[in-house]
Design a protein around this ligand. Structure first.
Ligand code: NAD
Ligand code: ZN
Length: 691
């Protein structure tokens, strides 16, 4: 396979032996309770590297190598199987499937009579032995020759009835697994009991099947994909051996056992006369994968007729008449870096997992859904956890569970917000989906609150409750509407008297004269905060110039890269109606200290003469003297007006550190780097013209 060639080769025998040890350990954990440190993709890549090394060095093949063995040779059992219980060989593409089918037909010396196509369920193989119609024993696949008795699980497996509809002695083989719903339910009880959720449905099924004496019950599901008579020389055995696979499975269903025909809506077993038909069905099932409510990792294609199967026979590891068409891994392990809380248009507050980027099914996944706070608690997630992430087809990736055995102890609880992360208001937590109490008004409330805040339009008298009241009464829909409020309208609001109305309107009127950088900041353009707004305003001087700028022109502003520039252009286009209203209301749209865009602009020359021109200044500690009253933001503004650049980090590129009272680590760092340090009093002298 070409993919194998792209994998880094194992360098020497020591590396080979170590890879074998790693694979054997992973497989042992995988088949035991599912607690492997590797996801399937990582395991398969490791085994492919081992196989490639063995191809090149046949004399060095280790006896415990996982290649060519059922379950990678990592498991054993003590209950002998009637007939070996094997694995399946794999193909990964339509071309490989065609080649495999051609090989099979060459071996048979004739075309395959018919194909059956069924989902490859992602669980564990078990043999269910019925004696005279009664479920007597449940055995795992083990090493294929002998398995482990897991009869204690009888009674907790949906699809495996205690009694058949006929008193026959038959062994039904199939997959025991957890459906998505069973997995959720299992993790709920697990978190309640001991706090260690299963990391995925497969390991949940493995752990549950082998667990004894649990204080709680967890349900599993069985889907049969084969059957044989237990009295090997009896009539039933002969009949089953001589029937087509599809007929055998129809009989198993009649006996009351669930089969792959019932697995997943629309993805159940079917037959096809031609390989083209098989291929169509493969695509169909692959397309249904994300919505099946249970995990599949491929599609199994079998020669349906008994005669074809008998003549094709078996290799030591797998039947020659069947193949697994593997689908790309839908599940990977990565780290949960952060949980963001987003507020939707209608006020729904939903957490979103931020992941260490991971490639799943050909796309890079960075975010995954988490439905709500209860969902986080139910899954027992911690920040910093390794998590299993599932993504198939076009569905939004989801976090399945933490991988508890990979915890280091450095994981921390996930903070659950107590107020709306957007507008700061209350949250309605009575429903599964949390909502901001402001509902649809949340966004407007948040953006208007932002616009009138001190760093933007600074309309001090306009508090949250007043904005809320105005929104509810429909007086305003955005902050631009403030500038056309009539005093009658404001007087009509609760608790607004003549005086407070007059004060408020006066404050709004005064805000019209704010410099462009404040007005621009009030717009709340994504990707621009206070200081970016100042830089943009100073660069373009007028709102008209900013609106006329394309992404390229915007990149002339320091700190604006191509991505941010494109974002700003798009945001401004969306804000056009608000800006138009501001212009119409007579709000100031110019920047008094602007630099202007042209290089031969007199303003540009003026800038070069500013006292802090070309300097990066960091302020730390509490300001004293004439600067004592200034907030950190006001200090930054001052620095920029004086031609400098304000920064919060000291580095080798810092030109000056203004160190006030109680200056700490920044001062030490500046001293260490040889950055000049000055007092607030001396600095005030330098910039006194701007105070
Ligand atoms: N993550 C790990 O550490 C780790 C370790 C070992 C193995 N694995 C994974 O296990 C897989 C190999 O395991 P395997 O040897 O069990 O082989 P397999 O799962 O690739 O295929 C064989 C199995 O498919 C199952 N199956 C499901 N649906 C079926 C159907 N309709 N008809 C017939 N069989 C069906 C049967 O249980 C059968 O034994 C690999 O994908 C590997 O990634 C992972
Ligand atoms: Zn809100």
């Amino acid at each position: 396979m070409t993919e194998a060639l792209e994998l880094p080769a194992l360098g020497d025998e020591a590396a080979y032996r170590q890879a074998v040890a790693e694979a054997v350990a992973a497989a042992a954990a995988y088949y035991d309770d599912g607690s492997t440190a590797l996801d399937d993709d990582a395991y398969d890549r490791l085994v492919r590297r081992i196989a490639a090394y063995e191809d090149a060095h046949p004399d060095q093949v280790a006896p415990d190598s996982p290649t060519g063995k059922v379950a990678g040779g990592a498991v054993t059992g003590d209950v002998p199987h009637t007939v070996p219980m094997l694995s399946l060989d794999n193909v990964f593409s339509a071309a490989e499937l065609t080649a495999w089918a051609a090989g099979l037909e060459r071996r048979l010396g004739r075309p395959v009579q018919a194909w059956s196509v069924e989902p490859k369920l992602d669980g564990l193989a078990v043999a269910a032995r019925y004696r005279n119609g009664r479920l007597a024993r449940l055995i795992t696949r083990g090493d294929g020759i002998a398995g482990e008795d897991v009869s204690h699980a009888i009674g907790s497996v949906v699809g495996l009835p205690d009694r058949l509809t006929e008193p026959v002695s038959v062994e039904v083989r199939g997959e025991v697994m957890m459906t998505a719903a069973q997995f959720e339910a299992a993790n709920l009880v697990r978190v309640q009991h001991e706090g260690t959720p299963f990391s995925n449905p497969r390991s949940g099924a493995a752990g549950t099947l082998r667990a004894k004496d649990r204080p709680y019950k967890v349900e599993l599901t069985f889907f049969g994909y084969g059957a044989l008579g237990l009295e090997r020389d009896g009539r039933l055995a002969r009949r089953l051996d001589e029937s087509a696979h599809s007929e055998v499975m129809a009989y198993v269903a009649e006996l009351g056992v669930q089969t792959t025909t019932a697995a997943g809506a629309g993805a159940g077993m079917s037959t096809a006369a031609t390989l083209e038909g098989v291929q169509r069905r493969v695509e169909e099932i692959a397309g249904l994968r994300a919505g099946l409510g249970l995990g599949i990792d491929g599609i199994v294609i079998k020669a349906d007729a008994a005669a074809d199967q008998v003549e094709a026979g078996f290799s030591s590891r797998a039947p020659r008449w069947a193949i697994a068409y593997k689908l790309p891994a839908a599940e990977k392990i990565t780290r949960l870096v952060e949980v963001e809380w987003n507020v939707g248009r209608t006020g729904v507050i939903a957490p979103r997992a931020v992941l260490e980027p991971v490639e799943i099914d050909g796309t890079t996944v960075t975010y995954a859904t988490l439905h709500n706070a209860a969902d986080i608690a139910r899954r027992g997630l911690l920040l910093g956890d390794h998590v299993t992430v599932y993504k198939a087809g076009d569905v939004i990736p989801r976090v399945e569970a933490p991988v508890v055995h990979l915890r280091t102890g450095a994981e921390t609880p996930i903070a659950i917000p107590e107020t709306c992360p957007r507008c700061g208001g209350g949250i309605d937590t009575s429903q599964q989906r949390w909502r901001c109490l402001q509902g649809r008004l949340c966004h407007a409330l948040a953006s208007i609150s932002y616009a009138v805040a001190r760093d933007a339009l600074d309309i001090e008298t306009l508090g949250r409750t007043r904005i809320e009241a105005m929104l509810r009464e429909g007086l305003i829909a955005d902050f631009a509407d403030l500038f056309t409020l009539s005093s009658e309208a404001v007087l009509g609001l609760e608790r607004m008297g003549e005086v407070s109305t007059a004060n408020l309107l006066a404050a709004i009127e005064a805000a019209k004269a704010k410099p462009l950088n404040k007005v621009f900041c009030a717009l709340g353009v994504q990707g621009t905060g206070r200081s970016m707004s100042r830089r943009i305003a100073r660069h373009f001087a007028t709102m008209e110039a900013i609106r006329a700028a394309d992404a390229e022109a915007l990149q002339q502003v320091e700190g604006v890269g191509p991505e941010r520039a494109a974002l700003i252009v798009a945001e401004l286009r969306g804000l056009a109606p608000v800006i138009d209203k501001l212009v119409a209301a007579g709000v100031s749209m110019t920047e008094p200290d602007a630099v202007g865009t042209g290089t031969d602009d007199p303003a540009a020359t003026a800038e070069a003469e500013l006292p802090l021109a070309g300097k990066t200044v960091v302020v730390t500690g509490s300001m004293t003297g004439s600067l004592a009253a200034l907030s950190r933001n006001e200090m930054n503004e001052l620095i920029e007006r004086a031609g400098g650049r304000a920064s919060s980090n000291v580095s080798a590129r810092t030109s000056l550190l203004v160190a006030g009272d109680k200056a700490g680590s920044k001062k030490d760092k500046a001293a260490g780097l040889g950055v000049p340090i000055t007092t607030p009093e001396d600095f005030a002298e330098v910039i006194k013209a701007f105070l």
